[in-house]
Write a protein that binds this ligand. Structure first.
Ligand SMILES: NC(=O)C1=CN([C@@H]2O[C@H](COP(=O)(O)OP(=O)(O)OC[C@H]3O[C@@H](n4cnc5c(N)ncnc54)[C@H](O)[C@@H]3O)[C@@H](O)[C@H]2O)C=CC1
Ligand SMILES: O=C(CO)COP(=O)(O)O
Length: 413
């Protein structure tokens, strides 16, 4: 009847009006709460990033709780008697690293001699560190991501957002995944990426550098988030490019925020393979021209890898125009740990794993395992010949080829 049609229309209009009002109210809500930030990881880069984030949470109290929890993989550490704070009455025995960080405000093992802000709280319990965080920063060597996600399963706030500073790719028999995607999928939250020409010791000493952050959360349901992402509550400051710039940008650490998560993540992962090749060449004393040749081929393979396997999302320009691409390649092929250890392994004629253990005091190379993981992925698809430099580095690390043959191995035919 006309009366019932009229009332149906009226009730539809009412529902529409109330939806509009609700969404306008949300837009008008002034945030009444602040973000809580946790850094998962406390190695060389993990500690340097925690320092940056803690400086910025302190400087922006309207957006963030000042305290930054930093999850530490607990271990005992003997404070050297040469350390300025060494007191034989207190430090005669090895102590928990978390206790040393919290009392000395310094990560004496992984980032020595750098004062950390006192609003960083080191904690050994990963679930305690992450459970109330609305912003999570993942910064661990890539080989530990899987076990960390297992431990965090079900712990994180589902509306939390994350940034991965990890340089590596997640290869499994099912395929290849960016670590930002792996973390997002495993924890049910969205995760972007941060990567750049950022040797941690230089950044921690506040020497100028640039970095790239990529953040591009989906707006509806996707394969990884079939029910869509849980919305960040309106009481919290909006999580967007501006917020991440505020959290990471410092006068000595300049941030550009983009949307190409694949390009940002792949640059940081793949340049580690090229840095090993550069170290090999330097180990032989072949000079700068040889290293430039290796870097040229490496950059082309990085870009080709992105185009071939992440075509929908990865932009070629990210490799050439952003810090996370060519700039990271250049710095890593000169001052990085992968370069250093590869060079020493040639000079001392020792396996690179032995050099890593002797030289890095617990820090981890990412290029050796990335070379093997990328090779596994390419080999399964019969594509090793398409990436001659990546393939040669893997074969040299395995002892199947000699560094001296690198020029023929990467020659264009
Ligand atoms: N160090 C640097 O200059 C830079 C590193 N990166 C990237 O940042 C990521 C993290 O690197 P770093 O902080 O330098 O780490 P790191 O190389 O200093 O690694 C040591 C860290 O691993 C932890 N660890 C050891 N065993 C563990 C386990 N079983 N489970 C969990 N954690 C364990 C240690 O406690 C320590 O915190 C890597 O992907 C790296 O490529 C990115 C930019 C610069
Ligand atoms: O990623 C880095 C600099 O941007 C550091 O590289 P290494 O892990 O080789 O030291």
């Amino acid at each position: 009847t006309s009366t019932s049609t009229g009332s149906a229309i009226a009730s539809r209009r009412l529902a529409q009006l109330s939806r509009t009002l609700a969404s306008s109210a949300k837009m008008l809500t002034t945030p009444t709460q602040k973000h809580r930030v946790t850094v998962v990881g406390s190695g060389n880069w993990g500690s340097a990033i925690a320092k940056i984030v803690a400086e910025n949470t302190k400087a922006n109290p309207e957006l963030f709780h000042p305290e930054v929890k930093m999850w530490v993989y607990e271990e005992k550490y003997q404070l050297p008697s040469t350390h300025p704070a060494y007191d034989p009455a207190k430090h005669a025995e090895p102590e928990k690293l978390t206790a040393l960080i919290n009392s000395l405000h310094e990560n004496v093992k992984y980032l020595p001699s750098i004062p950390l802000p006192d609003n960083i709280i080191a904690t050994p319990d990963i679930c305690d560190a992450a459970s109330d965080a609305t912003l999570l920063v993942f910064n661990v060597p890539h080989q530990f991501v899987s076990s960390i996600c297992n431990q965090l399963n079900g712990t994180c706030l589902q509306y939390a957002r994350a940034i991965s500073c990890i340089k590596g790719v997640d290869v499994s028999p099912e395929g290849i995944s960016l670590f930002s995607d792996t973390i997002g999928r495993r924890l049910g939250i969205y995760c972007g990426a941060l990567s750049g020409a950022n040797i941690a010791n230089e950044v921690a000493a506040e020497k100028f550098s640039e970095t790239t952050i990529a953040y591009n959360p989906p707006t509806g349901p996707t394969k990884d988030y079939p029910n869509g992402l849980e919305e960040v509550p309106g009481e919290l400051p909006a999580v967007d490019h501006t917020l991440f710039k505020t959290l990471f940008h410092r006068p000595y650490f300049h941030v550009r925020v983009v949307s190409d998560v694949a390009g940002v993540s792949l640059g940081g992962a793949l340049k580690n393979i090229v840095a090993i090749a550069a170290g090999f060449v330097d180990g032989l004393g072949w000079g700068d021209n040889a290293k430039a040749a290796v870097m040229r081929v490496g950059l082309l393979e990085m870009r080709k890898f992105g185009k071939m396997f992440f075509s929908e999302s990865c932009k070629s320009a990210t490799f050439t125009e952003e810090s996370c691409g060519v700039a990271d390649l250049i710095t890593s092929c000169n001052g990085g740990r992968n370069h250093k250890c590869a060079k020493l392994s040639i000079q001392k004629n020792k396996p690179i794993e032995e050099i890593e253990a002797e030289e890095l005091n617990g820090q981890k190379l990412q290029g050796t395992s990335t070379a093997s993981e990328v090779n596994e992925y390419l080999k399964r698809r019969g594509l090793e010949a398409e990436f001659p430099l990546f393939t040669a580095v893997h074969q040299i690390l395995k002892g199947e080829k000699k560094v001296e043959h690198l020029p023929e191995l990467i020659e264009r035919v």
